[in-house]
Design a protein around this ligand. Structure first.
Ligand code: PFF
Length: 457
């Protein structure tokens, strides 16, 4: 029996707001910064195809599962998992899965906020007109100088965390909802303007299309598939409770499956559009797509410095990047804040302050690992920033996603799942989802893990 519970944090005022909020979580640096450079580094279209398969076969089913737990539990991920597992007659230890998510959220936000800070720094540079006529060397230097300066990295990271704090401390309706209803329309308009420019003005749109959609599988290695899977989880914000906690604020009247399809569709469209906005201008300027993490912060400023309307376009792009980073960052802060608010009887602002402070400190360590602590390795060959990114994206998120799928598809009663989804148990759509969540998604994650350990040679 479902216990009719209400969220103590409030609810989204409509299903559309939930879709906007979850899309805001999903669309972020992962789409605009990480996806394009991963495509560039991993040989283009072959990577895109593997990524799309991961999204459809693993990401979408797990997103539905994750929202299901959240809306059933109506609490932070830790408490939702605890109450739902007890209701389902399962071990309360499933709440550990919520803790895994909270830990992943801490790790991710600590480096995410450092990169979010770079985006803010580049908004200022765009405003100051720093890209006008910038040479390749000067663009590298601008980025390298930023990274090499502990003071700048920490200041911009601090500003980014402060923005997140203000939004999350204000609560679901007055903070999160207000931010996404304001920022998401802005984000879509900016993105469409940039793609429009890439199509109309650069003359290299065909080349970009070929790069992104004509596959060369010889560039694919075992590690490529792990990267694509990790990116699928990262870009959809899956496996750590962000989507779960947003689902907890969704009214019972709304359809989970339809909302998930919209979120996944919009996130995927945004990643592809980001590629179609970025690669044409990169190719038109005769630059390389395989630049890595510097693609957005080094290559693009060179381009903006050369092309007509570069000042405005550069500003648009970095505002877009910052907005996308903020709406994702706040969803990384929310699960732990919601949990602490619940445990301490309701002072959200204090809870948000404490969690923000802890992540801020860890973020400083990430920022310093790029300069003064660059000699220190947390894992073999990886500084703090890279190690946290690797452990959270490539291990914790897929593991969290796997356990979420197992919990919903194997541990919850079918009747509970059917009632939460409002589904017809015999419909083809429901059966397909159940099959994907029971077998396909867990098997894919396990195989990719085994493969990455080198067991298959
Ligand atoms: N989905 C975000 C992006 O693509 O940038 C990153 C992210 C947000 C990951 C929230 C995980 C998360 F819980």
């Amino acid at each position: 029996m479902a216990v009719p519970r209400a969220s103590i944090h409030g609810e989204w005022s409509s299903g559309l707001v939930f879709i906007l909020a979850a899309t805001g979580s999903a669309v972020g640096l992962g789409n605009l910064w990480r996806f394009p450079y991963l495509v560039g580094e991993n040989g283009g279209a072959a990577f895109v195809i593997i990524y799309l398969l991961c999204i459809l076969l693993v990401g979408l089913p797990i997103m539905i599962a994750e929202i299901t737990i959240g809306r059933r539990g109506k609490r932070s991920p830790i408490n939702s998992l605890r109450s739902v597992s007890l209701e389902e007659g399962r071990s309360r230890r499933w709440s550990l899965l919520g803790w895994l998510g909270v830990a992943a959220g801490f790790f991710i936000l600590s480096f995410y906020s450092v990169v979010g800070g770079w985006a803010l720094f580049y908004v200022l540079q765009a405003l100051l007109g720093s890209f006008g006529g910038i040479t390749a060397d000067a663009a590298s230097e601008l980025f390298d100088t930023l990274l090499a300066s502990p003071g700048s990295v920490v200041v911009w990271h601090t500003l980014f965390m402060l923005i997140l704090f203000v939004i999350v401390a204000a609560g679901v309706r007055r903070g999160l909802q207000r931010a996404v209803t304001l920022l998401m329309p802005l984000l879509f308009v900016l993105l469409i303007l940039l793609v429009g420019y890439g199509m109309a003005a650069s003359g290299a749109f065909q080349e970009a299309m070929a790069f992104m959609f004509r596959p060369d599988f010889s560039a694919v290695e075992a590690g490529t598939i792990l990267t694509a899977l990790g990116q699928a989880f990262f870009t959809l914000s899956l496996g750590m409770g962000a989507i779960m906690v947003y689902g907890a604020y969704l009214s019972r009247q709304e359809s989970i499956a339809k909302s998930a399809a919209w979120i996944v569709g919009m996130d995927t469209a945004t990643a592809l559009l980001a590629g179609l906005a970025i690669f044409p201008i990169v190719f038109a300027a005769g630059l390389e797509p395989g630049e890595g993490p510097g693609l957005v912060f080094v290559t693009l400023p060179i381009v903006f410095g050369e092309i007509p309307f570069g000042y405005g376009l550069g500003l648009l792009f970095f505002v877009l990047l910052s907005v996308a980073a903020v709406t994702s960052g706040m969803s990384l802060l929310e699960p732990a804040t919601a949990y602490l608010t619940e445990q301490t009887g309701g002072n959200r602002a204090q809870a948000a302050a404490l969690i923000t402070g802890l992540i801020w400190v860890l973020g400083i360590a990430c920022g310093l690992s790029l300069n003064v602590w660059s000699g220190f390795e947390l894992l073999p060959g990886m500084g703090i920033f890279d190690a946290l990114e690797f452990v959270s994206n490539d291990i914790m998120l897929p593991l969290g996603g796997l356990l979420i799928a197992v919990f919903v598809a194997w541990r919850m009663r079918l009747s509970s799942v059917v009632s939460e989804l409002g589904a017809d148990q015999d419909s083809a759509v429901f059966k397909t989802w159940l099959f994907a969540t029971r077998f396909v998604a867990p098997a894919a994650v396990i195989l990719v893990f085994l493969n990455a350990t080198g067991l298959f040679g």
